[in-house]
Ligand binder design. Sequence first.
Ligand code: PMP
Length: 427
Amino acid sequence: MKKYTEMTKDELMQEKTALEAEYEKIKNLGLSLDMSRGKPGADQLDLSLPMLDVLKSDSDMKSESGLDVRNYACLDGIPEAKALIAGMVGAKPEQAIVYGNSSLNIMYDQVARAFIFGLCGNTPWCKLDKVKFLCPVPGYDRHFAITEEFGVEMINIPMTEDGPDMDMVEKYVNNDASVKGIWCVPKYSNPQGVVYSDETVERFAKLKPAADDFRIFWDNAYTVHHLYDDKQAEIPNILELCEKEGNPDMVFEFCSTSKVTFPGAGVAGICTSEKNREDIKKRLTIQTIGHDKINQLRHARFFKDVDGIKAHMAKHAALIRPKFELVENILTDEIASRGIGTWVKPLGGYFFGFEALSGCAKEIVAKCKEAGVTMTGAGSPFPYKKDPDDSVIRIAPTYPSLDELKKAAEVFVIVTRLVSVNKLLEA
Ligand code: PMP
């Protein structure tokens, strides 16, 4: 297939005329398809329904510690839930604090507490002239929304195939005391599916932050979300490495079962050092008497251990792998072959981070919408929703059925071709 970038103006004009006609046809189909949010499909949610039968009215409602989970008590989670959450990220059970249903909620709390009270006795960030966060881009829009809400200055850090550009990270963190944090999704990143290399993780652990209260917000949301049995990414244990490097308190590691069991009804937790845990519990004890321990017990009994989670995730993978492969194949045949888009092949997680020709993303998303296909807003994977290159589009293939996904991907292809042709003709 001839690349668009190698076509003459006449060839591009011909292509434009044909694509415009196709686009008009598609617009008249009255489609209503959604590739915008990373939600599991209903068939995936069905996988966890048996968990609801684990606790019945005649079940033993005691945790392995002997605690009656129906009652108050136990601020930081029942032991079997700590083991489960810690096990998901390779941490020790005692490093975990188990919360309620959302890891994003914990991240928000950590930022809010840092602003209001300060972390581990440090000056509250609200009293500082400037607070900066490093934001590997493209990244997760909801991370950036939290720091934006608190008025944090967000600094773009380019992603490479090995993770964030560590030269830049080191330069900022080690020299600027107003840099207080960095958002990271180290395995199967949202949206690109990038897995941080061993060297990247090691360089994180070796940081020498100018600020005592600098923290890595290590959001290991996709820690067990592999697409292929034989290509399961593993990353080094950041908590262990940081301890070894004399930085025991530098990491907050988050995870949840949102995309393991039920989004919005799973169990979430944070794993971190003893000093950080004490700091957190001091605040948490004012904030709540405890989280939903019945749900914690339900999860722990359903999975038994991390191997139970892994077996369950293999069932998710079997359902979503065909969807990823469908998108991958269509993009490869129709887009990559024409030289008008690139992406990292995801081996896990929930997304493709598609990179169109520079200056095309907004127009592609708008034209898809006009044709009845909703994509994540262009710019969303960047702080302040500003993609400096206007090229990144997040594709979320899990929620639609295979049939819907095929239709949506075909619309995306026609639109991307049309917008790219127009862009090249402008040049
Ligand atoms: N982190 C990342 C990277 C995500 O993609 C998501 C969305 N699934 C979340 C956190 C939200 O997780 P939770 O449901 O535990 O709040």
